[in-house]
Design a protein around this ligand. Structure first.
Ligand code: SF4
Ligand code: SF4
Length: 300
C-alpha cells in the first residue's frame, strides 16, 4: 500500500469543494509561491516547528534530544542540520511550543479516517478533498485512496497547482469527481518569478483535463500587486474561455493565516508587507472577470 506524509486530516470543511468534506493535507510541492498559506507542506519531509511565544524556556527539550539539535537562547529552537525529526522534544514539551509537521500514513489508514464521516458527506453532498502541498506528487497514493472512496460511494476531489506529469492526471482521472485547479499567473515570466516554476506544464495539463471532460473548478489565489493586474485578469479569462465548456473561476483573496508557520519553521515570509484583501478589493477583481464573461465567485 502506498504511503505519504500527511500533516493534517481536517473534518467538517466547507471551503474545499461541495458539501461537508474531509480535507487531507499532503506534504511536498514543486512550486514555491511566495504567498503560500501552508509552508509546512512545501518540503516532502517531516519537520519540527517551534512556536516561540509558547516557549517557557524550561529546558526539557534540550534534555531529551539525543542529537544536540536543540539550540539555546531566545532564537529558533531547532537546528535543522542535526534534527532527525524523532519527535522526542515535541512529546516532552508541556507547553505545545514544539510541533511535528507530518506523519507517514498509508492510503488505507487515511481512507479509514475519511470514511468515519460518510454520513455527513451523504447528507450534504460532500466527500474527501486531498490538498497540500501538491497531491499530484503522489499519484499512486491518490489513486489508491480515491479508488477505495469511490467503491464506498464517497465523492473525491483534488486541489492541484497542475504542475505534474500528464500521466499522473491520466491515472487519477477515472477516480476523481472534481479538480480544484489553480491558475495563478498566466504570463510565464511572472509565474516563474513568483512561484519558482514555469507554467507551461500547468496550462497544458488544464487543457488535457478539459479535453477529457473532467469536472474542473478553476481557482485563483488573488495576491495584491502580483496577479490582480488587468493583464493577468484578461489573460486568465482568455485562457479559460479558450478551453471551451463552461468552466467557472473561484477567487481566493490573499490572507495572512499562514504567517505564523513561517516563523515556526524559521523561513522568511516574503509577503510580510501585504495586507489581507478587503471585500471591496476582491469584489472589484470579481467584477472584472464577470465583464470578461467568466462565471466567477469568491471563496468564503
Ligand atoms: S520544552 Fe517546550 S517550553 Fe521547554 S524550552 Fe523546549 S520548547 Fe520551550
Ligand atoms: S525532533 Fe528529535 S532530533 Fe529533532 S530536535 Fe526534537 S528531539 Fe532533537
Amino acid at each position: 500500500m502506498e504511503r505519504a506524509i500527511i500533516t493534517n486530516i481536517q473534518g467538517y470543511s466547507i471551503h474545499d469543494g461541495p458539501g461537508i468534506r474531509t480535507v487531507v493535507f499532503m506534504k511536498g510541492c514543486p512550486l514555491r509561491c511566495i504567498w503560500c498559506a501552508n509552508p509546512e507542506n512545501l518540503t516532502p519531509n517531516i519537520q519540527i516547528g517551534f512556536i516561540r511565544h509558547l516557549c517557557q524556556n524550561c529546558g526539557r527539550c534540550a534534555a531529551v534530544c539525543r542529537h544536540g539539535a536543540i539550540l539555546p537562547g531566545d532564537g529558533h529552537r531547532i537546528d535543522q542540520t542535526k534534527c532527525t525529526t524523532c519527535g522526542d522534544c515535541v512529546d516532552s514539551c508541556y507547553y505545545d511550543a514544539l510541533v511535528r509537521y507530518g506523519t507517514e500514513r498509508t492510503s488505507g489508514e487515511v481512507f479509514d479516517e475519511v470514511r468515519k464521516d460518510k454520513m455527513f458527506y451523504d447528507a450534504s453532498g460532500g466527500g474527501v478533498t486531498v490538498s497540500g502541498g501538491e497531491p499530484m506528487t503522489r499519484p499512486k497514493f491518490l489513486y489508491e485512496l480515491f479508488s477505495r472512496c469511490r467503491k464506498e460511494g464517497i465523492s473525491t476531489c483534488v486541489e492541484t497547482c497542475g504542475y505534474a506529469p500528464e500521466a499522473a492526471f491520466e491515472r487519477i482521472l477515472p477516480v476523481t469527481d472534481l479538480f480544484l485547479y489553480d491558475l495563478k499567473i498566466i504570463d510565464p515570466a511572472l509565474h516563474r518569478k513568483h512561484t519558482g516554476c514555469d507554467n507551461g506544464l500547468i496550462l497544458k495539463n488544464a487543457r488535457y483535463l478539459a479535453e477529457k471532460g473532467a469536472n474542473i473548478l478553476f481557482r485563483q489565489p488573488v495576491i495584491p500587486d502580483i496577479n490582480d493586474s488587468e493583464d493577468n485578469i484578461r489573460q486568465t479569462a482568455e485562457f479559460i474561455l479558450s478551453l471551451g465548456g463552461d468552466f467557472a473561476l473561484e477567487l481566493m483573496p490573499f490572507h495572512r493565516a499562514g504567517a505564523s508557520k513561517y516563523d515556526a519553521l524559521n523561513i522568511p515570509y516574503d509577503v510580510e508587507s501585504l495586507s489581507p484583501m478587503t471585500e471591496a478589493e476582491i469584489g472589484a477583481v470579481r467584477e472584472k472577470y464577470l465583464t470578461c464573461g467568466i462565471h466567477c465567485t469568491i471563496s468564503k
